[in-house]
Each structure stands twice: as C-alpha cells, then as structure tokens.
Design a protein around this ligand. Structure first.
Ligand SMILES: [Zn+2]
Ligand SMILES: [Zn+2]
Length: 151
C-alpha cells in the first residue's frame, strides 16, 4: 500500500524520519533512521533477513538481532506492523490500514484494500471492536499454476 495514499515520503529525508522517531518516543539513532527509511521504501512485506541484507551494504557492522530489536520497537510504538503471525515474520511501515491475503505455498503476503475482505465480524457480547484485521489464506496464482499440469 505504499503509493495508495498518494503521498510518498522521501527516503533520503533523514531529519524528518528522526523527528518522527522522537515523536514516537524513540531515540533517533542512525540505525533506526536508516531502517525506518528502508522499510518505507521496501516493496511488499520484507522479512528481517531482507531488511538486514539491504542495510548491511551501508552499515556493515549491524547485526540481525539489532534489526530485529529495532523492528520490534517500531511495532511497539506503531511505526510498523508485523501483519502475519506466520514464519518468517514480515514487516511493513504503517501507512494505511489494510487487509492481507497470504499464500500458503510461497508465504507471500498480498495487500487488500481496507474493507475488501469484509469488516463485519462475530464478536463476544459486550466486546468493543477497535480494529478488524482480515487475513485471507489460500494459494496465489503463481503457485497454483506451477502445481497444475499444463493443459
Ligand atoms: Zn504463492
Ligand atoms: Zn500490507
């Protein structure tokens, strides 16, 4: 959903990223600024390994554990989300609420427009709903095609 809100943020704008981190109660370290910028510009839903490999090119000493811990802090303060409980964990910057479909075969996550999968849901009596996240499970077109013999 990177382009869907129409205001793509500049990846190079480190001072703005730093201010956002501070506003969310996080110290604006160089590594956090770099990771937040990367997450915003990364296509799809990168894993820790995807992000770590990409960051290593510029921050050679960064450990995977550090990347994981920074992502964890982003999720805690609402700058990022980990939209699936599946392995490997996949992350994205929080820009616009939306639903996901996950391929059981290749593990890829696909964005769905918010509300496309339906907002109405069963809930316990008296339960105040704050948000509904829908995860559609299935097999994507690519995987379905390789599994099916050609006609
Ligand atoms: Zn697939
Ligand atoms: Zn998404």
């Amino acid at each position: 959903m990177k382009a869907a809100n129409g205001k793509a943020r500049s990846v190079a704008d480190a001072p703005a990223l730093g201010r956002e981190l501070t506003e969310h109660g996080l110290r604006a370290t160089r590594q956090r600024v770099a990771l937040l910028g990367l997450l915003r510009s990364f296509p799809g839903h990168p894993t820790v390994v995807d992000l770590h490999e990409s960051l290593l090119e510029r921050h050679g000493t960064l450990s995977r554990k550090t990347v994981y811990e920074i992502l964890d802090s982003f999720v805690r303060v609402g700058l990022a989300s980990c939209p699936t409980e599946g392995q490997p964990a996949r992350y994205e910057a929080n820009e616009m609420p939306h639903d996901h479909a996950r391929c059981r075969s290749c593990g890829r996550l696909f964005d769905l427009p918010p509300g496309a999968a339906g907002r109405r849901t069963a809930r316990p009596p008296g339960f105040r709903v704050e948000d509904v996240r829908v995860l559609v499970l299935g097999v994507c077109r690519d995987c379905d095609r390789t599994a099916r013999p050609k006609r």
